[in-house]
Design a protein around this ligand. Structure first.
Ligand code: ATR
Length: 484
């Protein structure tokens, strides 16, 4: 057997597609799957590609790779990865490189990196974004490892990654940082994705519940928005979704889909990390809560009846019957919504990058925000024109503490603020929940306020617990006897 350049373990959809991507780029790839039937099927389907070959035992896999060996695991995150490493590492040698391309928790990746380092081996925790299609045609790749390992992998990763930029040739992969950095950045990418999706869902709700637009009318608006600053994969698919009809009932597809959302946990991990590191990520976290809330379907049905006689509920119901707005008012509202979505999106990304900044300091990763935003420009779900501007802002304003300081985005936020307030106020008036849009607005308003309300919190803390406070007019810690 010809020695392969890389071994790939795990032939579920992501693994199979990544193996095909490697082979399509003329990289000799040796595949292995725990269940041999899957390997046999894979070879029947794709084995005509001369760059694909199969191994049916771990020994066979390890013996037929060029040295230092490079093996990418695309298996279920969690205990399976540890079990696989336990089997694999006794067969490997010092200098070999093991890549975990699954959605592993970054703390697990840090632990595994340390363990393999003790054995003289390199461990790479690599975020792979873009779903099945990305894995096959070019994902965004976020490798966390030593620089030494990255240099050895770079040509291969560049070949299989998505491409972006004006030339269409800039690979969507860069060195992220050591140990868990790659999986952490992928996790936050997913957290941002939760927020991005919820912002779109909120805007859709207003279009539907407040403006009373039909799905086809909405689709036209989203198509139009996709030509401007909101141009992105998620906006594009939103327009496409709204155009689709259900074959069985003839209704719009969105209207036959149950409003209960699933989640695999990366949004929750992002929020948990933010809480642990003391970073404000309200829009990301509200997006996770919104999915949790969606699960209370039975209670929501019951409570809608309990509160059916609220004036706000009646008003919203009237709007659904298209009673309410003139064409001019509708056009104004749609313009407000467009600006609102853009502004709220800026805030969601600001939160994500803030979290990355704090994590970078905490874990010693030296994350480069301009480079990270660049590799998200293609191959992944949050790909968007907007990321070019994010990257430019971080590059131009070195050391920027938060995206809200960006000169470029400050202009957009100033322009959007009035309409954003009208949108959120209208939703509140009509009793329509828009958690992501409103939390992003509160984030913006809180962040741009020099004198907030934590003075009251500090007074209360000192009152009931003698926790002390600082003063605005002199240095030091103070306590007073409040009940004197
Ligand atoms: P998907 O959700 O797309 O099915 P996944 O659950 O992330 O993907 O990964 C499934 C892959 O992990 C499969 O290749 C599976 O191997 P089998 O086909 O034999 O089930 C692999 N996998 C899961 N647990 C494993 C373990 N303990 N050792 C080796 N491979 C494992």
């Amino acid at each position: 057997m010809q020695k392969a350049k890389i071994g790939l373990i795990g032939l579920a959809v992501m693994g199979a597609n990544l193996a095909r991507n490697l082979a399509n780029n003329n990289i000799q790839t040796l595949v292995f799957n725990r269940t041999a039937a899957k390997t046999e099927q894979f070879m029947r389907d794709f084995g005509s590609n001369p760059c694909l070959q199969a191994a049916y035992s771990m020994e066979e896999l390890v013996q037929n790779l060029e040295r230092p060996r490079k093996i990418i695991m695309m298996i279920q995150a969690g205990p399976a990865v540890d079990a696989m490493l336990d089997t694999l590492t006794p067969l490997l040698e010092s200098g070999d490189i093991v890549i975990d391309g699954g959605n592993s928790y970054f703390e697990d990746t840090r632990r595994r990196s340390a363990k393999l380092a003790e054995l003289g081996m390199e461990f790479v925790g690599m975020g792979v974004s873009g779903g099945e299609e990305g894995a096959l045609n070019g994902p965004s790749l976020m490798p966390g490892c030593s620089r030494k390992a990255y240099v050895q992998l770079e040509p291969m990763l560049q070949a299989i990654s998505a491409k972006a930029g004006e030339s269409g040739k800039e690979p969507c992969v860069t060195y992220i940082g050591t140990d868990g950095a790659g999986h952490y950045v992928k996790m936050v990418h997913n957290g941002i994705e939760y927020a991005d999706m919820q912002l779109i869902a909120d805007v859709y709700t207003i279009m539907r519940q407040v403006l009373g637009l039909e799905p086809e009318e909405m689709a036209k608006v989203w198509d139009e928005w996709n030509k401007g600053e909101l141009s992105s994969y998620l906006v594009e698919i939103t327009a496409n979704i709204l155009k689709k009809k259900d074959a069985e009932t003839g209704k719009a597809m969105v209207d036959v889909i149950l409003d209960v959302a699933k989640q695999k946990g990366t949004g929750r991990w992002t929020s948990m990390s933010a809480l642990e590191l003391g970073v404000a990520t309200p829009t990301i976290t509200e997006a996770v809560f919104a999915r949790n809330m969606s699960v209370y379907k039975e209670e929501r049905i019951a409570l809608e009846k309990v509160y059916a006689d609220l004036p706000e509920a009646l008003e919203a119901a009237a709007c659904c019957r298209k009673a309410a707005f003139t064409e001019e008012e509708k056009a104004q509202m749609l313009e407000d919504l467009r600006n609102t979505l853009y502004a709220a999106k800026i805030c969601a990304y600001a939160q994500g990058f803030n979290l990355l900044g704090t994590a970078s300091e905490t874990y010693g990763w030296d994350l480069q925000m301009d480079k990270i935003s660049k590799i998200w420009r293609n191959g992944c779900i949050i790909r968007a024109r907007f990321l070019d501007d994010v990257s430019d802002s971080f590059a131009k304003q070195a050391g920027m503490k938060n995206l809200l300081f960006s000169d470029f985005f400050a202009e957009a936020l100033k322009k959007a603020r009035a309409g954003w307030g009208r949108v959120v106020a209208l939703a509140a008036e009509r009793g329509v929940s828009v958690v992501a849009l409103s939390s992003a607005l509160s984030y913006f308003d809180a962040y741009r306020t020099a004198n907030g309300n934590a003075n009251m919190l500090q007074a209360q803390r000192d009152y009931f617990g003698a926790h002390t406070y600082q003063r605005v007019d002199k240095e030091g810690s103070f306590h007073r006897e409040w009940t004197e």
